[in-house]
Design a protein around this ligand. Sequence first.
Ligand code: NAP
Length: 458
Amino acid sequence: MKIYFIEISYLLASILFIFGLKGMSHPETAKRGMHLAEFGMLMAIIGTLVHQEIVSYTWILAGLAIGSFVGVAMGLWVPMTAMPQRTALSHAFGAFAAALVGISEYYRHAGHLGTIEMSALGFEVMLGSLTTTGSLLAFAKLQGLVRGQPMTYRGQNVFNMILLAATIVIFVYLIFVPGSMPLFFTMAGLAFLFGILLVMPIGSADMPVVMALLNSYAGLASAATGFVLSNNVLIIAGTLDGFSGFILSILMCRAMNRSITNVLFGAFGSAATAQVGTDHQGSMREVGLEDIATQLAYAHKVVFVPGYGLATAQAQHAVRELADVLEKRGVTVKYGIHPVAGRMPGHMNVLLAEANVPYSSLYELEQINPEFPTTDVSVVIGANDVVNPDARDNPSSPIAGMPILEVDRSKSVVVLKRGQGKGFSGLENPLFFKPVTGMLYGDAKDTLTRLVQAVQHA
Ligand code: NAP
């Protein structure tokens, strides 16, 4: 009877995970998808708690209490801007759990493991270990605890490849000779080290891609754990996690027109890649706040283009207020959302949703680009790379081919940024030098707040 209950709850959990993922693929249904997945996780936990092999609940309850405390605290206190590093930390926890389960299972059964069990277990420990340290370094980079720029040295990729090859050779050897404990721990140690070395040469803005990839490894490690423990829900959830993470990393690379190998091994954002750009003559044209307020107040159509600067300035509420004031005056306001604006997938959607910007006002790249020629004013808020026309016009640019929001085709462009700082790519942006563009310097939130007042009096 118990076994049926467990299997049915696992089946329900798996179905809920699938519907949850489906829901999360669209901003409008994302919240519902999240709740479905949460409910699925609850079903999986309940199913596991009635397992006949559980001899004592003491440690389980202790884990539940600590986990719930940490989870609630993170949910309540981690700000939206820190979401990328929070996700990195969660990956590290999940992967470490998978690695520890693998290590403890190996410790218990080392001499008696069959080929298939050892393959799954070795895979789990290898991926779990490298994901743990890789995610921890990703967290440290994103949190600014260590330098965010790529850390490179000569022969780095070759050294990393040799290390990975050595780890895999030991893994394969262990499949046939599972009893060698020193080799097993050497493999785990090398995998922990490889995680750090893999992430070291990657810049912090590429971390979301790396995290999606590490997430995919953690998922596959969980699926392997499922095989070791004969647990169906772990196999299904791990596989879903593994493949959705992989697809997400590919989609992000596509949105940047970069290959996954370029992200992993190209040290993008380092001084070397940033030097290759167009030299720009001329100067940027600074504009006054009052002039822009008047221009906005009397426009027919205004498009806001948010970027990473909107997130750092926490200007999402201020931009909504400006949109409200403009809409009250009869101006049509739209938001152009680039898929990799900011520092994580859906970064702008999350921030704008937090400020209650209606989803119907958000336009994806393909939808908004044809609208720029009929836009009176495009307001670029802390965005840089995603509006860089070099990606379209300069085939030798490091970001050539990356789809951009073509704000330079609007009748007028205003760029809100603090100064002459570069974007993540470190490249100069010819948009800022075009006659159609005016620069309004200052922190995005502060400038938008002052614009709201100025438009009200225009
Ligand atoms: P960006 O190119 O990094 O530019 C951000 C701009 O915001 C900077 O030029 C900076 O200029 C300005 N800024 C910073 N703080 C500000 C503040 N408080 N107020 C006003 N302006 C501020 O940003 P993006 O256009 O959003 O492009 C995202 C980049 O990240 C792309 O290169 C993308 O490929 C990369 N990336 C994104 C993802 C993702 O999932 N979203 C993943 C991987 C890589 P000042 O210093 O002059 O103010």
